[in-house]
Design a protein around this ligand. Structure first.
Ligand code: FMN
Length: 403
């Protein structure tokens, strides 16, 4: 058996009808073009359409375009949100004043408050149920039970995003087919919906085994996985699938601006951090001028989706002008490892590199043997430490940790 046999058709690949247990992450905002989704699917992975900011008719259009390119299973992803009229609109005048100079620089007229701050989640979900894709995934929360039941009746498998144990348990109870464990390294918006964002930014290395132990549902690891080494690490932690965003963002078919793709290579110089200033919800992106300029306003900008709506025109104008310092350059901590190539080549590379990573571990049997002997000698100490962790478990889970 080659190492690839450990991956091909295994884990969530069997559950979702894929060749590989690899998910091309949904990325809202025009990145997950029909070409990217279809190419990922044709390569045997699960392509995902990030539909969070699309009007229902646009969702229908994108689905038709994907279906014209592939007959394989694909996913549609939504953000679970209240209806647009439920969001408090106070603080908008101050928020608009903060970005006025950035708008002027891009030649935009004086800003009027947006008519509404997001699409209707109910109407988006109606469009998704009608489209009946093989898989539907959710970020930011759990839809009402009757809506999940409607998706199941339409034949959809459901993936729920979780950033901590409480969220994973809630998704398991809601009947998710698999849970996407979003580690703190991940690019884009934090999915946290139970507890605070800081405590919810647990790294993938710690989060995946926590969720694997906590729920009986398969876990898909997300956050910082850029190549086959990351895939192997995720499976070693007990994941049954991986979801990669930043790695697919760099692919030829992705709709990200070429300058955004190029900036991934400078990720070590720019760094990434979580910011609220673009959208009102913490999201990880490459540091740029807009993030730096509004740093003092991190705590006071309006919540998502209000701030997102207030900066929408500015971000669109920045993209049109190729003004990288005013775009939201979402990317994960692994960004510098991104490699431009077609999505099919990336999927094939991930599988080959997984093989090399696992083969490399097997090949380093001497090291493994030495580590095993050391481990056996330290067993009593390890058991003691484990006992201490269990007894301290409850308060620790309740408290969380933060930097
Ligand atoms: C540009 C970008 C946009 C994203 N948009 C979404 C989205 O619309 N829905 C979603 O569930 N996750 C979204 N994510 C998060 C991914 O699902 C995933 O958690 C993340 O990309 C994994 O970390 P990585 O970027 O290090 O691979 C986005 C990520 C990026 C980089």
């Amino acid at each position: 058996m080659t190492a690839t046999d450990l991956l091909k058709g295994r884990g969530v690949a069997a559950l979702l009808g894929l060749d590989w247990p690899i998910v091309q992450a949904p990325m809202a905002g025009g990145i997950t073009t029909p070409a990217l989704v279809a190419a990922s699917c044709e390569a045997g992975a699960l392509g995902s359409l990030g539909a969070a900011v699309l009007a229902p008719d646009r969702i229908r259009g994108e689905v038709a375009a994907i279906r014209a390119l592939t007959r394989r299973p694909f996913a549609i992803n939504l953000f679970v949100l209240d209806e647009p009229d439920r969001f408090a609109r106070d603080g908008e005048a101050e928020a608009m004043a903060r970005i006025a100079s950035w708008r002027a620089r891009l030649g935009l007229a004086e800003q009027q408050p947006p008519a509404r701050v997001c699409e209707s989640f109910a109407a988006q979900l109606d469009a998704v149920i009608e489209a009946a894709p093989a898989v539907v995934s959710f970020h930011f929360g759990i839809p009402p039970a009757e809506r999940l039941a409607a998706l199941r009746r339409a034949g959809c498998r459901i993936l729920g995003g979780a950033t901590n144990v409480a969220e994973a348990r809630a998704w398991a109870e809601a009947g998710a087919d698999a849970i996407v464990a979003q580690g703190g390294e991940a690019g884009g918006h934090r999915g946290t919906f139970v507890g605070g964002f800081e405590e919810g930014a647990v790294g993938t290395m710690a989060l995946v085994p926590r969720l694997v132990d906590a729920v009986d549902v398969p876990v898909i690891a997300a956050g910082g996985i850029m190549d086959g080494r990351g895939v192997a690490a995720a499976f070693a932690l007990g994941a049954q699938g991986v979801q990669l965003g930043t790695a697919f963002l760099a692919c030829d078919e992705s709709g990200a601006h070429p300058k955004w793709k190029a900036a991934l290579a400078e990720a070590d110089a720019r760094g990434t951090r979580l910011t609220r200033v673009f959208s009102g919800r913490p999201a990880r992106g490459l540091v740029n001028g807009f993030m730096e300029a509004l740093r003092a306003d991190e705590a006071t900008v309006p919540v998502y989706p209000v701030q997102n709506a207030l900066t929408a025109e500015l971000r669109a104008a920045a993209t049109k002008a190729g003004e990288i310092e005013a775009m939201s350059l979402w990317a994960g901590q692994g960004a510098a490892l991104a490699r431009p190539m077609p999505a099919a080549a990336l999927v094939a590379r991930l599988a080959a590199e997984f093989d090399a990573a696992v083969g490399g571990l097997a090949g380093s049997a001497d090291v493994a043997g030495a580590a095993g002997a050391a481990g056996a000698a330290g067993t009593a100490g390890a058991a003691e430490a484990a006992g201490a962790a269990v007894s301290a478990g409850a308060p620790r889970q309740g408290r969380g940790t933060r930097a």
